[in-house]
Each structure stands twice: as C-alpha cells, then as structure tokens.
Design a protein around this ligand. Sequence first.
Ligand SMILES: NC(=O)C1=CN([C@@H]2O[C@H](COP(=O)(O)OP(=O)(O)OC[C@H]3O[C@@H](n4cnc5c(N)ncnc54)[C@H](O)[C@@H]3O)[C@@H](O)[C@H]2O)[C@H](O)CC1
Ligand SMILES: [K+]
Length: 549
Amino acid sequence: MYLVTAEQMRQLDSETIQQLGIPAIALMENAGRVIAEEIIALCRERGGAGCRNAAKGNDAGLKEAALGDPGKAFKVSADHALTLASAAAERWFILVGKGNNGGDGLAAARYLRETGIAVTLVYAVPPESLSGEAALQRDAAAAMGLPAVVYGRDRLDLAECSGILDALLGTGGAGAPRGAYAELIAAANSSGKVIVSADIPSGLNADTGETHEPCIHASVTVCLAFLKRGLLQYPGAGAAGHVKVRAIGIPTALALNSGVQTHLLTPEVLHAHLGVDLARRRSPEGHKGTYGHVLLAAGTLRMSGAGLLAARAALRTGCGLVTWALPKKLLPSVIGVVPELMLADVGGSEEGNWEAETAPELLKLSEERDVIAVGPGLGRFPGDTDWLRSLWEGSDCPLVIDADALNILADSDYKSWARRRHSVILTPHPGEMARLANLTTAEVQRDRIGLAMDYAKEHGVTLVLKGAHTVIATPEGQAYVNTTGHPGMGTGGAGDVLTGMISSLLAQGLHATQAAAFGVYLHGLAGEGAARQRNNPAAIIAGDIIEAL
Ligand SMILES: NC(=O)C1=CN([C@@H]2O[C@H](COP(=O)(O)OP(=O)(O)OC[C@H]3O[C@@H](n4cnc5c(N)ncnc54)[C@H](O)[C@@H]3O)[C@@H](O)[C@H]2O)[C@H](O)CC1
Ligand SMILES: [K+]
C-alpha cells in the first residue's frame, strides 16, 4: 500500500483528472460516498442487532425483513440502508471547511441523508466563499434542503448531535488551524461525540504526522485514495484513530508511474514487491552450511546479555551458525549459556572491554562468515573509530551496525571511508539517529519517514529507524513503514534481538532491504505474540520476543 505526501496526492489527483478525463466532481462524489459508507457502518455497529442483520443484507437479516416468509424468491437488499429505527437515533453534524475537504463533507452529508440519518451542515466560513467543486456541493446540499448553520452567525450546540464529521481541513491545510476552524476543532474534541475525519484529522500535518494546536482527535479517519504519510507517524497516528483507506477512482498504477517510493509494510509488499518468501521454505537437502553464518561482535563484561540476546535471536531466525566474537574476560560467564552458539575470544582488556587491536582477528573471522553484526553491548574504547573503519573497509560481507557501534559511527567522518561492495544496515533508535544526523531527538521524531529517506540516500546505507512504526529506508530512495509490534516491546534488549534477526536473514541470503524489512516485520509480530502470552504487556522482556519467534 502506497504512502503519499500532500504534494504527491495533489499530483495524482490532477493526473487522474487530466489523463483519465475523470472530472474532479466525480472524485469528490466518490469521496463523499465512501465517507458516508464508513459513518453508516459505524452507526450500524452501535445500532440494534436486528438492524445490523437487515442492514447487512445477509440471509438472516432478509428473512427478518421479509417478516418470516422464507419461501419468498424475490429478494431486494438496499445498499446501505439502516432500519428506520436506528437511523432515526442518529444526527450528524458535518463541519465544512472552505476547500475540497469541505466539499467531500457536503457530498457525504447528502448520502447520509439518503439513508435516513439527520444531518446539519456547520459551515466554518460563509458558504458564499466556497468555490469550484466545493461550491457545486454546497448548491446540491442546499437544493436537497439540508439544514445549515454558519459558525459565529447561527446558534450551534454540539451536544445535540450523535456524531461529528470533520471535513474542515484536508491535505490543503497549512499551519495551525485559525479562527473558526480552531474553535470548531476544540469544541468537537471536547464534545465527547464520536468524530469521523474526512481524509485526515483537521490540524494534522499530512506529511510529517505533527499535530498542530488544536488538532481533531478522531475515532475513524476515512483516508481517500492513498494513505498519507502523516497518518502513520506519531503523534498523528494517535489522532487519526482507526484509519480506513478507501478508493475514489484514482488508479494505483498512477502512484507507481509517478515514482511514489514509500510503502506501508504489509505481507503483500514483502512478497510481491520485495520478493520475500514469507513461508521461509527450507530445502530438503539443506544443512547448517546452507543457511549462513553470522559473526557477531558484541558485549562487554557489564553488558554480555546484549550479545546473548542478539545471538539467540539470530539462531531462532534460522541462520545455520552464529559465532559470537567477544572479549576474553567474558568467556567464563557465557560459556554454555546458549549451547548452540560458537564463541570466539578476540582478546580485549583486563576489564573485559573491547580494544582497537581486536580488528585484525575479527576481519580474519569474517572471511568464513556471511555477515558481521556489530554493536550490542559493545561499549566505547580508545581507537574505536579506527577499529570500525577497518571493519567497514576491510570486510567483504554485509555489515549490520547497531547500538554503541552507531555512536562510534556518529563520531566518525564515515562518508569519507572507502565505498563498500556489500551493504550496510544501520539500526538506530531515535536517540542514536539524533547523534548520527546531528539533530535533537525531537527533530528526528518530527518527520521520521522524511529524515530516514534523506539520510539513507545521502549516506548510501539501509536505515532502520526504530520506534513506534519503524521506518526502513534504502539507499535507492525507497521507504517502508512497519506497523506490527506492541508498546510492550519498549524494553531493554529488544533492539539487540532485532539486530540478531536482521543479521540472520542476511546470512540466509536475503538482500539488505529484504532482510531489514522482513526482520522488522517479524520482530513486531513476535512482540505481538509475546504480548498475547502475558497478562500484562508491561511484563514483556526481550527474551519473550525471541521465544515468540
Ligand atoms: N485526490 C484527492 O485525494 C481528492 C481529494 N479531495 C479532498 O480535497 C482535500 C484537499 O482539498 P484542498 O482544497 O486542496 O484543501 P483543504 O480543503 O484541505 O483546505 C484548504 C482551505 O482551507 C484553508 N486553510 C488552510 N489552512 C488553514 C488553516 N491553518 N486555518 C484555517 N484555514 C486554513 C485555505 O484557505 C483553503 O481554503 C483532500 O484532503 C480531500 O479531502 C477531493 O475532494 C477528492 C479528490
Ligand atoms: K478533515
């Protein structure tokens, strides 16, 4: 599923109108209709059970509607009719802005009225100021006799409605809502009524997910044609409620042709777009050598657990072998803890820390391995930037860089390092990303998708920007946004598990984008699995994520 910016949406909108000859008013009619359908579905959910069956048009409902005449051959089922009783209980206020978002709301109002739902139009601006298609919709609504009030001129009490359609601002909204818009948004939020937003919640930045003050807090957002990036990025994702993407006649192929490069990460995208074998078939003739060998450089005496977690996660993700290279001092404490794991002592300090002198030994080990994962629990040590540079420049396999190794990278001018033949995957959390990009964490979080895409392209790396809705960005300019996962995964070691998983997939022959995207997706699913096994998600620890793999 494509993710678009407001600008891309405008372009796709006008391409549909110009190249396909579909008039703008037809798109707006479609928008109004799908918004109305979602409101009707919501009304049905809170209506009575009899109403639900009849409205569903299923057999039980039809029989009920036919007053117990099962022999009747002739069947009629109305598209989205509510029973009179439940429609009569509904009265929706339609908050109408000046632009096309308001036009969508006006079209939806007509369809709602047709199903028997009472609607009142609430204009944020004098209706005379609407233009273009929105003005056509205004006239159609007036011709149909829909009651209307103008905010600031007429009496308005939101307590009198059963639900609110927010059609104030869509992708044309710029900056914080002003004047009547701001007042209506604040009143809607504090009304306690269910709110459905047309396209995006008014007050949301459609691209970044920033919420202006005020911003609608919707229960449902009916997103038109393509998912807007801002609906997936927090805090916008929290303001949007349940996002329902509905087609309005803009062909998906247009997005492909216009070079939209951002996707929601779904099984379809993983399989059809990225070519990942979701079933993870293994050859009957396969052996441990078939599935690759991960070399993990991780852990200090005080943080040996990070290495253990990454190593176990790699094994559970299916690679054939894992070698954990570690300071000698750690050996006695970790021998036998994970019996499936191979350990390689590379020296290190008396205190059990890494030393720059370990680089040649690591490089030698890497010759027989398929991927190097470096960073979990690594710590910092004198000469660490040269150490990382020699791994970067001297190894001949993909490199996964996490945790402290990212901080080393942040202190290095790594853009001047030799270009690698094999891929590099960076897996920063927002704090690490801030150090890499020389920003504050708040600046990183402001537009995660945009930042990740820019950074990956500029630095020629695959970037996994962790956090709620992890973003995977490629050096070629694509991005994938993951929505699997669970708030319970915010726990120490969860990142080490992800590093192990991505490395394992690389060792099994997946390319960098596949490994990063599939790894992140599976990691989230495993987190959801771990949450199901606990009474309280606060009890999840990183090891549970591994067990759920
Ligand atoms: N292709 C599609 O996806 C379709 C989208 N439709 C809908 O159209 C909107 C975008 O419409 P647009 O006219 O470009 O902009 P808006 O309606 O979002 O708002 C513009 C309007 O609002 C005023 N304004 C802007 N910012 C503010 C502010 N901060 N405070 C107050 N007022 C503001 C500005 O003056 C303009 O007049 C899209 O989201 C869909 O809902 C089509 O209907 C169908 C095709
Ligand atoms: K809106």
